[in-house]
Design a protein around this ligand. Sequence first.
Ligand code: ASP
Length: 333
Amino acid sequence: MTKPHIVIIGTGGTIVSSGASGAQMTGYSIQGLDVRSIISAVPALAEIANIDALPLLNIGSSNIKLSDWLKLTCTINKLAEDPKIHGFVITHGTDTMEETAFFLNLTLKTEKPVVLTGSMRPATAISADGPLNLLNAVRLASSKQAWNKGVLVSLNGQIHGARDVSKTNTVSVETFCSPSSGPLGYIIGEEIDFLTQSVKPHTLSSKFHISENFKAEDFPRVEIILSHADEDGHQLERCLASKPDGIVLELTGNSTVPAVAEKVLKDSEHQPAVVRASRTGSGPVTKGKAEWQEMQMIPGGTLSAQKCRILLQLALHRFGRNQKLLEKIFQTY
Ligand code: ASP
């Protein structure tokens, strides 16, 4: 039987990082290795698929930019037109993996599998998790079951959907969870077991697209403001003074707007699009008080603040400041 053809796109992260000894688990460095080194360290990959390596970036993922996402989307969309290519694996730092995955989930135009993976321990660590994560990701990207499921994230034997997945632990290999929906499935040895799938629009059914001539600097600016006890509204004031196109308020509980923030927003001459998200990490953000609705605050539903930011930025770029449409988008996506 012919093996599927998988492209592994390297972007950096701990999976290509190294420490001074097998015991070093933090403070390691990303120099010296890239995606080709980790592929050659896992010979079992060649038994599953024919692999092409594409080193695109080699950065810690906290440095990833919108311009990198535009490049990734265009690269994958173009390669996906090749009928010989079955699927894609993206190796990526875990810190912002969920954001890259969500951006791609909304903008890629292919039903071919796209799986992000990485590791929590550097390549040099005792019990490094990168090799098995990479093997599982290639297995998943090679599988017919992974078609048209949206962009997937796979680490530690689990399969998550890009929309709902979050990094939830700073150091554990069991860090990726989908707190409001659960994992889509599991990978155990050669077995891929899908339990469920997201009903939200993605890839081909998403209304967002990226073209080669889009530039990051032409996208609206959307900021996130984190709420906390003893809030004085100064951070929000400073943010409004910089005239962002949108603000995501990452608020307490079911996204409760503190009175001081309500006043700052009401008094502001500059009125950006405002989305309410929750800092709790799970559960839906609902419409809330009538006055928040009158102030045109959009509830972010089950999306995290960082994912609300991406959706708002894409929506403002694509459709402009159309309040009804923005509300609809947040209900739908
Ligand atoms: N610092 C790393 C990153 O690039 C963390 C990781 O990959 O696990 O996100």
